[in-house]
Write a protein that binds this ligand. Structure first.
Ligand SMILES: *Cc1c(COP(=O)(O)O)cnc(C)c1O
Length: 460
């Protein structure tokens, strides 16, 4: 296929004149003269309009599991579009790929999660969960059970409901009022909040915050608890192994629904099909999105446990919820093909047994760097904590400094796309990444940290 010849200066001008990008400082976007124009991608590399090749250690936005340039996915979309590009699921109707994908995903979820509800984004999946969990309790004759407990620094999307459920201080500071009936508890962030503590005891204490909150709210008012198996956008916070089993036990003790937001951890990221499977828990509702179609088309889903489906089936009326694009046939066809590729290339096992452990070994070496306080990973997701004093968790320029952004910008200049979260760099590369590319990620981060040292020191 011939490469298109873009007028980059004109595109950047139009970008400033007409486009508001997601999650951006719009004044800054104007001042820097528009976005970096990404024109194409192949494998684990993206390419900008200036011709720079950048190793994409973020897999787009935690989602391009099988890498870029997969012709099979393009063909799946093309063929489905010719046969049936779109139809809805409102009118007692469904399309073949939608049904096949529901069946496929329920098999991957396992246990009693036999049903799947489709949406187009992670945020929409979260909205579905809030509405379904609250309706479930209402239908069971306990409408007062509507409170949902989530975590500080959790991320559940950017719609009003998603941002309300999320525990992102920066989001809550903008606008409001937020969706009522949502409570937040502490996060299991050992490096920041329990530095030097015993991880097992710390994990249990962080889980016990859930029980305290349930008792404070009143158990008869709590509908559900939601958390990401590993917090992604919050900074790749990997909880101690004592955390999730204790959270699950507390949910069972009080009879509240356990929700796993697997939007990032799903589709092999932690070396299992779903993140909750790594931690050995059995959620009642599971949201998934990123990785589901490797980002080639927007699609998301909610896995629903049988006992919830039974209640939905018993109400004798519509559950008045769903989207125009719920079960979109073309997106479903691409997701099915994406899962097929992941199976054929054994990407989940490879992440668990090969590339994940390899990344962990390379991260352990990176942890020796004088500016690194911790370099942690699980499967193919990881974070590098930048500290001002080796052996501590002290930050440059005081708390929540700009260290991450400084190093990230240098990484990008050096040909590596990573993301900055406060004082850390986070990564979640395509599951197709090679050992050599993992070496490149770690080497470029080490080199970029060296180059950033003077600018970091200037922060004090
Ligand atoms: C990205 C994300 C979402 C929101 O997904 P969108 O597709 O951006 O709406 C929800 N939950 C988690 C855990 C996420 O990482």
């Amino acid at each position: 296929m011939a490469l298109k010849n873009y007028n980059v200066a004109e595109l950047r001008r139009l970008d400033v004149e007409h486009h508001l990008a997601a999650q951006q400082d719009h004044g800054m976007m104007r001042d820097i003269g528009g976005a970096r124009i990404i024109t194409r991608a192949d494998g684990c590399y993206i390419r900008d309009a200036e011709g720079n090749a950048i190793l994409d250690a973020m897999a787009g936005l935690w989602c391009v599991q099988v890498g870029y340039g997969r012709k099979e996915l393009a063909s799946a979309a093309y063929e489905q579009m010719l046969e049936l590009p779109y139809y809805n699921t409102f009118f007692k109707t469904a399309s073949p790929p939608t049904i096949e994908l529901a069946s496929k995903i329920s098999g991957l979820l396992g246990g009693n999660l036999s049903h799947v509800f489709f949406n187009s984004s992670g945020s929409e999946a979260i909205d579905t969960i809030i509405r379904m969990a609250r309706f479930y309790w209402q239908a069971k004759g306990q409408p007062e059970r509507h409170v949902i407990i989530a975590r500080e620094n959790g991320y559940h999307g950017s719609t009003i409901a998603g941002a309300s459920l999320g525990g992102m201080r920066a989001m809550h500071a903008q606008g409001g009022p937020w969706v009522p009936g949502i409570e937040h508890i502490r996060q299991p962030y050992l490096f920041n909040d329990g530095f030097g503590e015993d991880p097992r005891a710390f994990g249990e204490a962080a889980a016990d915050a859930l029980e305290q909150k349930i008792l404070e709210v009143g158990p008869e008012r709590v509908a559900a608890f939601i958390g990401e198996p590993v917090q992604g956008a919050g900074g790749v916070i990997i909880p101690p192994e004592t955390y999730w089993p204790r959270v699950e036990a507390i949910c069972r003790k009080y009879g509240i629904l356990l929700v796993s937001d697997d939007v990032i951890c799903g589709f092999g990221r932690l070396g299992q099909w779903f993140g909750f499977q790594h931690f050995g828990i059995k959620p009642d509702l599971v949201s998934m999105a990123k990785g589901m179609s490797s980002g080639y088309l927007p699609i998301s889903a909610v896995g629903v446990a049988d006992h919830i489906v039974e209640v939905l089936r018993s109400v004798g009326d519509d559950f008045v919820h769903g989207y125009t694009y719920s079960g979109h046939p073309t997106a479903a066809a691409v997701a099915l093909k994406n899962i097929e590729i992941m199976e054929n290339e054994d990407l989940v096992r490879r992440t668990r047994e090969d590339t994940g452990p390899y990344l962990a070994r390379r991260m352990a070496a990176l942890a020796e760097h004088p500016l690194v306080g911790e370099a942690r990973s699980l499967g193919l997701i990881g974070a590098v904590e930048i500290v001002s004093k080796k052996g501590t968790n002290q930050r440059f320029g005081g708390s929540e400094g700009p260290a991450g952004r400084i190093v990230r910008d240098i990484c990008i200049t050096n040909g590596l796309m990573v993301r900055a979260v406060r004082d850390s760099l986070v990564m979640s590369p395509p599951l197709t990444i090679s050992h050599g590319e993992i070496d490149d990620i770690v080497d470029i981060i080490a080199k970029s940290l060296d180059e950033a040292a003077p600018a970091l020191a200037a922060l004090g």
